[in-house]
Design a protein around this ligand. Structure first.
Ligand code: PBG
Length: 326
């Protein structure tokens, strides 16, 4: 038995920090914030313990809470006061995200990223314009090309309100290029696009859809979001977004898709983001509530694993909690 090599030598208390390959910092995290134009008070989100929908007047205070933990970036999601077929409140100059973006950028130093999508704004809950007669034939419901001009409007309206970065999440073909063109034409050449490049049609989004009131009222999102079975296709998706000028490449969800995070890390030099989604958060909380897992330990280990797989930026509902412990 040759025991010349004993990896255990480097696992002792004094040395393990020196040889640790992965480090988390509050600056890696982006905290999602939900702003709800239909409420005057904070409403707890039941399936996402510790998170709330906050009214417009509380948005700045909410972001200040995030900043106090050392997290410097937020991702804004809006719940509009009304919805319609095209989601027109998504690009209104006085819309919920536009209004709070102005306030947050005026009053705080937070780096503001906005979610560019229509699903919280359409009365049918899909991420774009419906094709004619769609509810009858549910297979192809969203009209890709008719949706592009709408999300161009959303992105420019966010940039005009002062958004530091925009993050299109609708999985429309050509969305990154369309948004890049629209931003440039409107004078926002310095606003980066973080593309939800490989976004899978995942059951782990369940709690978010309650939180943001964005569940599709019929059908599902499988004809625009990716099939969880496909790893090679994710590289094609990312390739297209890179060609169209994406600045940051996101994979979503995170934990069940660490192979994809790792693939993107290896194949591209761009910053890689991973979205540790609502279901990943909810399941750890649920198990911790039962006393089956230690919440802080599993949350920390989850984020460390996402970073180890190759993510530079981590969107997570644990941002504040873990930042405070680092
Ligand atoms: C859609 C959007 C979704 C999430 C972020 N943006 C939901 C969806 O695609 O249905 C999910 C985030 C999460 O689960 O935490 N604009």
């Amino acid at each position: 038995m040759d025991l010349t090599n004993r990896p255990r030598r480097l696992r002792g208390d004094g040395v393990r920090g020196l040889v640790s390959e992965t480090h988390l910092s509050p600056r890696d995290f982006i905290a999602p914030v939900f702003v709800d134009a239909t409420t005057d008070e904070r409403v707890p989100i039941e399936s996402m313990p510790g998170h709330e929908r906050v009214p417009i007047d509380e948005a700045v205070a909410r972001v200040e809470e995030v900043l106090e933990t050392g997290v410097e970036a937020v991702m804004l999601f809006g719940i509009p006061e009304s919805k319609d077929e095209r989601g027109s409140r998504a690009w209104a100059a006085d819309g919920v995200v536009q209004e709070v973006t102005r306030r947050i950028t005026d009053e705080t130093d937070a780096y503001v990223i906005t979610d560019v999508c229509l699903c919280e704004y359409t009365d049918h809950g899909h991420c774009g314009m419906l094709e004619d007669g769609a509810p009858e034939h549910c297979d192809q419901t969203v009209d890709n090309d008719a949706t592009l001009p709408l999300i161009q409007n959303v992105a420019t309206s966010h940039a005009r309100a002062g958004a530091d970065m925009v993050a299109p999440s609708g999985m429309m073909d050509g969305m990154v290029g369309a948004i890049r063109d629209a931003l440039d034409d409107d004078g926002h050449t310095n606003v980066p696009v973080m593309s939800y490049a490989a976004k899978f049609e995942s059951a782990f989004y369940g709690p978010f859809r309650d939180a943001a009131d964005g569940a599709p009222s019929f059908g599902n999102r499988r004809h625009y979001q990716m099939d969880p079975a496909n790893r090679r296709e994710a590289m094609r998706e990312v390739d297209l977004d890179v060609e169209q000028g994406a600045d940051v490449l996101m994979v979503k969800p995170a934990l069940p898709y660490l192979d994809i995070v790792s693939d993107v890390r290896q194949n591209y030099d761009h910053p890689v983001a991973a979205y540790n989604v609502s279901g990943e958060y909810a399941m750890l909380h649920a198990a911790a509530e039962k006393g089956w897992l230690d919440l802080d330990e599993v949350a920390h280990e989850s984020l460390l694993s996402i970073k180890r797989a190759g993510a530079d930026l981590i969107l997570t509902y644990f941002a504040e909690r873990i930042a405070e412990q680092l």
